[in-house]
Design a protein around this ligand. Structure first.
Ligand code: NFS
Ligand code: SF4
Length: 635
């Protein structure tokens, strides 16, 4: 089967440039990797001990058990929950990093950071049940940081993590407690998954999957605290107009691409770059310093600062092939190791910054919060020096960029609706859901994958849902797709939204002073910011007096690939949300595990996975699901 690489016009423009220069990209390597291992795809390959690798014959002719006796169900379940543990570890480590930074700020140890949103700090303190009366900002920040860090330390199994406990609906908490899947300590839960999946431990696939669900909920907890505390330190997103796709690079500027995930690095680089404009100009960059984002760190600075997004996951290498990026500054997660080699084909400095995420062949600036501004100055200086070495003959910036109206966290959405009804900002949303003007809500999340023509499934599904009056939210590389393809504009609303959705978005947007509708897809931020969508859903559920699994709310990760996406998808199901996957999860070697996650989950949790690789059919299934929910709600 031939498949296009991408629907992104920048990709089409740059792949021939890469080819001409002998540069291999992710798509070349994908091709070279064919055929990929069928056992791995089914999830039935076990490498948990050195008696293996073992693999189960899916056709029933060869071995049905590994050397130790583990069957396909056990192997598949162990493999998938280890992926969840990996995702939960990634998000929670990010969260811990941010929480420790808040503690450092509270104690006056991190001069390069401050508390930018005191109101948010206060609301978190209240939410976590902390005393706020008479407390000054530093002591409140310290209390919030310590309460948050307790979610990594608590040893009382009966006391759930405080973030999840203060976030979800009462009914959901009861349900999760009843299944014994509420996490009490993020680190412990991740460790427990690694322990129970060791050779010769938990071999009951149902029990294993329940352990995985607990891990996914630990992931959710880590995500909530990462998002909310980042808002305290760096500001809560507000609507801003910016742009997306590689056309945001500038020929006459020092282009710095921020890539990775954690705002602790990217925010300080943005601050310092503002102070170093003059130096860039002296080096000959007429437009000074141009910061652009890639992947989720790109989303973080996009929704907080309106920094343009260069590209999303799958096309990160092509940002370098433009020959116009002077430095690509990375921290953690979703950074292709290949960028080292590609950067070396150009003048580009690839700068790693985290001591536990290095790539050989790159420049490492060891970034620490205590010396953040100095480290950032070093980084920007390296970028300016690289700019001097740039070869203008090798610069190919594709002339593609789209306007993107971004920055719709829960607060911004409430703020926009508050313009319609100041006393009760939630009411316009509730009324329009109940009267059917908004048929349902869909949250798009997750990655790009070489298994799908880049961005195509996102765009196809979203257009169909919009035509059918579904309100669209997006995070992560999904948000990146929509931004690059012009779906975060008012024009997109006018072009693609169904009539009733259009009227609602127009009423809210106009009242909020946007001079027209809200954009078709609301950009909520990075992948950890998926918790923002849950905050809105919980508010709606609480007002309707129902649990999350009654809402006409669905999630979709049509191009998912990372362990983090596995964790997010699983907590989404655990929260009661029907969740679409557009890539084949590596579980189909166990019909039992597949049934658990698609059918049994529905009875136990209300949420379940919908696996559908065809985007048109996926949209239909999501619409059917939304209608089922409406029917059982009686609306
Ligand atoms: Ni989410 Fe963001 Fe993108 Fe996927 Fe990677 S950058 S954390 S994992 S690829 S959406
Ligand atoms: Fe094989 Fe069992 Fe070892 Fe897995 S744990 S590699 S199935 S012997």
């Amino acid at each position: 089967m031939t498949m296009n690489n991408s629907i992104d016009p920048s990709v089409a423009a740059l792949l021939p440039v890469a080819k001409k220069q002998g540069i291999a990209t992710v798509w070349d390597r994908y091709k070279a990797m064919q055929p990929q291992c069928g056992f791995g795809q089914l999830g039935v390959c076990c490498r948990i001990c050195w008696k293996g690798p073992c693999r189960i014959d899916p056709f029933g002719d060869g071995p049905q058990r590994g050397i130790c006796g583990a069957d396909a169900d056990t192997i598949v379940a162990r493999n998938v929950i280890r992926m969840i543990a990996g995702g939960a570890a990634a998000h929670s480590e990010h969260g811990r990093h941010v929480a420790l930074a808040l503690l450092g700020v509270a104690e006056g140890k991190l001069p390069d950071y401050t508390i930018r949103d005191e109101a948010k700090l206060r609301s978190i303190a209240t939410k976590l049940g902390l005393e706020t009366a008479g407390k000054d900002i530093p002591s409140m920040a310290k209390a919030v940081a310590l309460a948050t860090l307790w979610d990594f330390q608590n040893q009382d199994h009966d006391k759930p993590c405080s973030w999840i406990e203060s976030t979800l609906t009462g009914k959901r908490l009861e349900k999760l407690a009843g299944l014994q899947v509420l996490p009490h300590n993020i680190d412990a839960v991740v460790t427990q998954i690694m322990a129970r999946t060791n050779v010769g431990c938990d071999a009951d696939p149902v029990n294993l999957v329940l352990g995985g669900i607990k891990g996914a909920l630990a992931d959710f907890n880590g995500m909530c605290l990462a998002t909310e505390i980042s808002d305290v330190l760096f500001g809560t997103p507000q609507p801003a107009v910016t742009a997306a796709n590689l056309g945001v690079l500038k020929e006459d500027a020092v282009n710095i691409a921020l890539h990775g995930h954690n705002p602790l690095l990217s925010e300080v680089v943005c601050d310092v770059a503002l102070q170093m404009e003059e130096e860039a100009r002296r080096a000959g960059a007429k437009s000074g310093i141009n910061i652009v984002g890639v992947c989720c760190t790109g989303n973080e600075v996009m929704v907080r600062r309106g920094i343009p997004l260069a590209t999303n996951y799958l096309s990160q290498e092509l940002a370098l092939v433009t020959g116009a990026v002077d430095a690509m500054v990375v921290d953690v997660q979703c950074i292709m190791p290949s960028i080292s080699e590609i950067g070396a084909c150009f003048h580009t400095e690839i700068i790693t910054t985290m001591d536990d995420s290095k790539i050989s062949g790159t420049t490492h600036v060891s970034f620490h919060e205590a010396t953040a501004a100095d480290n950032a100055r070093q980084i920007v200086t390296l970028a300016i020096a690289a700019f001097r070495r740039r070869n203008p003959q090798r610069v190919t910036i594709p002339d593609f960029k789209q306007t993107a109206v971004v920055g719709f966290g829960a607060e911004a959405i409430m703020g926009a609706m508050g313009a319609l009804n100041a006393d009760d900002p939630l009411k316009p949303l509730l009324d329009n859901i109940v009267n059917g003007n908004i048929r349902g809500i869909a949250l798009f999340a997750g990655c790009n994958s070489t298994r799908i023509t880049q961005d195509s499934s996102f765009v196809t599904i979203a257009r169909k849902l919009a035509r059918n009056n579904v309100l669209l939210l997006a995070t992560g590389c999904g948000a990146g797709s929509f931004a690059k393809h012009g779906m975060m504009t008012q024009e997109a609303t006018l072009e693609y939204a169904g009539e009733s959705l259009k009227s609602v978005l127009t009423a809210i947007g106009t009242a909020a002073g946007l001079g027209g509708p809200l954009p078709l897809v609301l950009h909520m931020g990075s992948c950890v910011d998926n918790s923002r969508a849950v905050a809105v859903a919980v508010a709606v559920a609480n007002r309707l007096g129902v649990d999350l699994d009654s809402l006409p709310l669905v999630a979709s990760a049509p191009e998912a690939m990372s362990e983090k996406a596995v964790a997010i998808g699983t907590w989404s199901v655990a929260l009661g949300i029907p969740t679409h996957l557009g890539t084949m999860p590596q579980i189909s070697g166990s019909p039992l595990v597949a049934e658990l996650l698609t059918e049994t989950a529905k009875q136990l949790l209300g949420g379940y996975f919908i696996v559908e690789l065809d985007p048109e059919r996926a949209a239909d299934k999501l619409l059917t699901t939304i209608d089922e929910r409406r029917k059982s709600l009686g609306i």
